[in-house]
Design a protein around this ligand. Structure first.
Ligand code: GLU
Length: 484
């Protein structure tokens, strides 16, 4: 069997991390089995669908590398790939069912149905449509149709058990008597959601439907439609929902849920994909940092869990840090461009080589792209000498003599690593202080902190002029403090 799977987002919001995980599992399953991954946009809810959401979903999936084999922009033989452009196809299938007498018009008005529902609920029963118009007199039905009496179309649902073998959850059974003759289309043969999905999955030759378990109650209804249409249903698999750390349904109140928001915060696409794959799936070898290609190779639906997966942003951050550390300096440099631009730091202020060295200086300490600005802030602005850490370092008896000595040796030293190393060795030998008493004041004067990136490399990147100015500023501050 050729594996053909699909992701079918509704453009009623920006690309959600839950949808993305479903898309990813479909993608991995397709690629693992040499199949195709199809993207279909379910934009029939005109009131809530927006072009900007469609754009956001398509570009988000692309940024994550989840490229579709057929879908918007990648026309294939089963298009169009927007539900809003497929009305004629749906109508044709509905007409077929109508001609076969498998669907029928129902003229119950909303008040009547509401009263039936209320009565059922009052007696503690699940509401199921009475089937009032199922066997109505054809002449009467025709008369009402001719008079344009408002109606819907209902499927004749046989009383039976629908059984399907869910790839993730095992055998699932539904009694169709709890479903009843469901509405499949509005007046004018306008399809309802479940009908459109089934026709799309048939005509797009979908072999497996992998989606969130929030759709599980749709599955028996869809199977009944397949059966009415004489089509074989695909194989279904329902993944557990993504949960918040308190195991409630993940929502905006727990933090960002849109992929775009994470990319903006400085998460890498590779890390997002990697982390989302780990939610509800465990790599067999236990190795957690995997590229998309490595995920394809390692993925199997058998190891997808039935229980809800907790979205843990701290773990995501850790995965991101791992990915950031793997990037070459050149790659990291490219990805940092938007961050620098947003921060208003002009990149033409230094040579490419300087930038690459500055990245190498702090790369190990970064978990998110903007961490560069936090760790390397001292390269772009003079430190705040009134900071508490600075005060502590400047309170050391070593501060004044050490800073003075360094100021002298930096004045005409060749500006390169060996010479700086020698200058530091001389400081250590000539000053009667412990390592910490030498290093803290220097670091504080130059960077405003007492810990951070490699100090000598930081000095080289800062440049002679900035170092001398900062050391002088620090000496002035010390002199003022001493005088007061
Ligand atoms: N459009 C549905 C959604 O966004 C997906 C339908 C399906 O996968 O069958 O949740």
């Amino acid at each position: 069997m050729t594996v053909r799977v699909r992701i079918a987002p509704s453009p009623t919001g920006n690309l959600h991390i839950g949808t993305t995980r479903t898309a990813l599992f479909n993608y991995l399953f397709a690629k693992k089995h040499g199949g195709q991954f199809i993207l279909r946009v379910e934009d029939t809810d005109k009131a809530r669908s927006q072009q900007s959401y469609t754009d956001n979903i398509l570009s988000g999936l692309q940024q994550l590398g989840l490229h579709w084999d057929e879908g918007p922009g990648v026309e294939g033989p089963h298009g169009p790939y927007f539900q809003s452009e497929r009305s004629d196809i749906y109508r044709q299938y509905l007409q077929q069912l109508l001609d076969q007498g498998l669907i029928y018009p129902c003229f119950c008005n909303p008040e009547e149905l509401q009263a039936e529902r209320a009565a059922a609920e009052a007696s503690g029963q699940t509401y199921v449509y009475s089937g009032k118009w199922r066997d109505a007199n054809p002449a009467e039905v025709q008369e009402l149709l001719d008079a344009q009496t408002p109606h819907t179309f209902r499927l004749k649902v046989p009383a039976k058990e629908v059984v399907f073998n869910d790839l993730i959850r095992g055998e699932i059974r539904f009694d169709t008597r709890t479903i009843g003759d469901m509405i499949v289309a509005r007046q004018g043969l306008e399809p309802l959601y479940n009908f459109a999905v089934v026709v799309d999955d048939i005509t797009m030759q979908i072999s497996h439907v992998l989606r969130g378990e929030d759709h599980i109650s749709n599955t028996p209804k869809q199977i009944l439609i397949y059966e009415a249409l004489g089509a074989t249903p695909p194989i279904f698999g329902h993944t557990a929902m993504m949960l918040a750390p308190d195991r409630s349904k993940l929502s905006k109140r727990h933090g960002a849920t849109a992929v775009g928001a994470y990319l903006e915060m400085g998460y890498l696409p590779e890390a997002l994909v990697n982390y989302l794959a780990l939610l509800g799936w465990s790599p067999p070898e236990g190795q957690e940092i995997l590229s998309l290609d490595e995920l394809v190779a390692a993925f199997s639906l058998e190891s997808v869990s039935k229980s809800g997966a907790v979205f843990d942003v701290e773990k995501l951050k850790w995965v991101n840090g791992q990915w950031l550390r793997r990037l070459s300096a050149e790659d990291l440099w490219q990805r940092l461009q938007p961050v620098l631009q947003t921060a208003g730091i002009p990149t033409d202020s230094h040579s490419q080589d300087w930038w690459l060295q500055s990245l190498a200086l702090v790369q190990e300490k970064m978990n998110l792209l903007p961490d560069y600005l936090k760790e390397a802030d001292f390269l772009f602005a003079a430190p705040d000498l009134s900071a508490e850490a600075v005060g502590k370092a400047f309170g050391m008896a070593s501060a004044q003599p050490v800073l003075q000595a360094l100021h002298s040796s930096l004045q005409d030293m060749p500006w390169e690593a060996d010479a700086l190393h020698t200058a530091f060795e001389a400081l250590k030998q000539n000053q009667p202080f412990k390592m910490k008493e030498i290093m803290w004041p220097i670091r504080a004067a130059l960077t405003g902190r007492t810990a951070g990136a490699d100090l000598q490399q930081s000095i080289l990147l800062l440049g002679r002029e900035a170092c001398l100015a900062r050391l002088q500023q620090a000496l002035n501050t010390l002199a003022q403090t001493a005088a007061t």
